[in-house]
Design a protein around this ligand. Structure first.
Ligand code: UD1
Ligand code: CA
Length: 551
């Protein structure tokens, strides 16, 4: 063990955090995408301690499970019913001593205790970094201190323990509620971060009482005890008070969250990332950004999101655990657990769900939702489409307004579309179904059967056009009048024409059976001659105005 490695770090996380007014234990609340406890454990682990203990009591199962999930090397210590930070550390020391004995029991007959420097820190101080802790530890070891306490000086010391000095030397810590009016004027405060010599700590805690306003065992009393025994007690002061600020309520949680974000963004900007509006951009601590990434306003990058060189994200984009390749653009998009390869474009208004994968130079366009699907290199899904459980080959274009119908009410199925295919607008791909390489599908096709490579699939019957239907069945409406104008005055419905109208009843009633029709409509239907009509060319409305060609 090197001189600057502690024998143990003890993280205090047994307190209730009443002022959070939350069902969630305080140390599990998050800033920067990581719990308060997670921040503490990360800094603690970076010191390379032989043991890392987390003291739990309030909501112990949730806190213990979270700590173990973050760092499977932690020792969970249960604090008993005796309250106070001193008692918490005492419980930890007992457990650490037992562990130390266990590790050497076979070889050594006599009792073995934990020896060396023990770092104690609170689990609710999220900006406290490994560098500051390492400084504290270095000073402790270099000066051969018994106790080294981390302090800071603040304008508003209310609520904190004050550092008592005599002739410059630290002689003790007094809590706000136990302090005299004079002591309350002191602005140097205890940050709840210390390094203790294990033997001194064990010994001193054995004689700390509960004689204070709260009736708790105060860890802070160890400072005065060590001083009275003539042991070297020192303080290290940090200038940057925010580094050591603890979270007690949600106001502080938000303030420190914003501060952490500012610091995170500042670092990224120094590393070559453009952040147009840092106040409107949020980046979690585990996000990775390459050089020349641009983050536009309203961007939130969460979890393990990674963005490649030269990519542009935003405006108004939220990504969680998304990998974005170099040079890609992602505009007004909400995504999680997706991958967008280099040079691809996504959005505006795209929704990426887990398993969405877009190949190089590919496109996911506007009002497109993608889930568990691979869209090949250069392939495009430009407009108004749901792609779920699908593989789309490279260079393929999916027509606007299509749905990959992946769910039959019981199970999900996959659609496979080959390379360089062109599917028409408003297609339904009823999975499981395959469209081969280079195949086409017509507009409005419901693809229920496989389409071989190079084939054209078109579904649905021929279009039926019933001339004059609106004029006869919706006389007097704006539609009828507009139609009449377009038809050049042939506005008066002609009873004879009705007779040839196979769909004389309201089209809404079509297919409901004769019983649903009025007596008149039934009669008309009976007289009707089934007409085989040529589909009209919609591109040439004039043809309708002039001719009566299909009557
Ligand atoms: C403590 C310090 C105070 C310091 C302040 C800095 C004491 C007596 N006081 O006060 O000098 O200025 O922190 O923020 O130590 N905890 C336990 N078990 C307990 C009680 C607390 O594990 O029985 C944990 C809490 O979960 C928390 C930490 O210890 O992580 C600090 O507890 P808290 O109640 O916030 O202490 P303060 O009153 O703020
Ligand atoms: Ca506190």
């Amino acid at each position: 063990m090197s001189l600057t490695q502690p024998a143990a770090v003890v993280v205090l996380a047994a307190g209730e955090g009443t002022r959070m007014k939350s069902r969630t234990p305080k140390v599990l609340h998050e800033i920067g995408g990581r719990s308060l406890l997670g921040h503490a454990l990360r800094a603690a682990r970076a010191l390379g301690p032989a043991r890392l203990a987390v003291v739990v009591r309030h909501e112990r199962d949730a806190v213990a499970a979270h700590a173990t999930a973050l760092d499977d090397g932690v020792t969970i210590v249960d604090q008993d019913a005796i309250p106070g930070t001193g008692r918490a550390v005492q419980c930890a020391l007992t457990a650490l001593d037992a562990a130390a004995r266990g590790a050497t029991a076979a070889a050594v007959a006599t009792e073995t205790w934990l020896i060396g420097p023990v770092v104690v820190m609170a689990g609710d101080t999220p900006l406290l970094d490994a560098g500051t802790l390492a400084e504290l530890l270095r000073a402790h070891t270099a000066d051969a201190n018994a106790v080294t306490v981390l302090t800071t000086t603040v304008d508003e010391p209310h609520g904190y323990g004050r550092i008592l000095r005599e002739g410059g030397a630290v002689v003790g810590v007094v809590e706000e509620r136990d302090a005299t009016a004079e002591q309350r004027l002191i602005r140097e405060i205890n940050t709840s971060t210390y390094v203790f010599d294990a033997a001194v700590l064990r010994d001193a805690l054995g004689s700390v009482g509960q004689d204070n306003d709260q009736g708790e065992v105060y860890l802070t009393d160890v400072v005065a005890l060590a001083h009275r025994r003539g042991l070297p007690v020192r303080a290290i002061s940090v200038e940057d008070s925010l580094l050591v600020e603890g979270v007690n309520d949600r106001v502080q949680l938000a303030a420190l969250g914003a501060e952490l974000n500012r610091r995170t963004l500042k670092q990224w900007m120094r590393d070559g990332v453009s952040v147009v509006d840092p106040s409107a951009t949020w980046v979690d601590v585990d996000v990775e950004l390459a050089r020349d990434v641009t983050l536009l306003p309203g961007t939130q990058l969460h979890g393990r999101t990674r963005v490649g060189e030269g990519a542009t994200i935003g405006p108004d984009t939220t990504l969680r655990d998304v990998v974005v390749g170099a040079g890609a653009t992602v505009i007004r998009t909400h995504g999680s657990e997706a991958e967008l390869e280099a040079g691809s474009t996504t959005g505006p208004f795209a929704y990426l769900r887990p398993g969405a994968h877009l190949g190089q130079q590919g496109k996911i366009g506007t009002f497109v939702e993608v889930k568990n699907a691979n869209i090949g290199a250069g392939a495009k899904v430009p407009h108004l489409t749901y792609v779920g459980d699908a593989d789309i080959g490279e260079g393929t274009n999916i027509g606007a307004s299509s749905v990959f119908v992946n769910y039959d009410g019981v199970a999900k199925h996959r659609t496979r579309i080959g390379a360089h295919a062109r599917t028409g607008s408003d297609n339904m791909f009823v999975a499981p179904v395959t469209v081969g390489d280079g195949a086409y599908t017509g507009a409005g096709t419901t693809v229920r059967e496989d389409v071989p490579p190079g084939a054209l699939a078109v579904s649905g019957g021929p279009q039926r056009t019933i001339d004059g239907w609106v004029l006869r069945r919706r006389p007097g409406t704006a539609a009828a009048e507009a139609a009449a104008r377009a038809l050049g005055g042939a506005a008066e419905p002609d009873a004879a024409e009705d007779a040839s109208d196979p769909e004389a009843a309201d089209p809404g009633a079509a297919g409901t059976g004769a019983a649903a029709l009025s007596p008149q409509a039934r009669a008309e239907r009976a007289r009707a001659v089934p007409a085989s009509r040529t589909p009209r060319d919609h591109q040439v409305p004039g043809a309708t105005a002039e001719g009566d060609s299909n009557r």
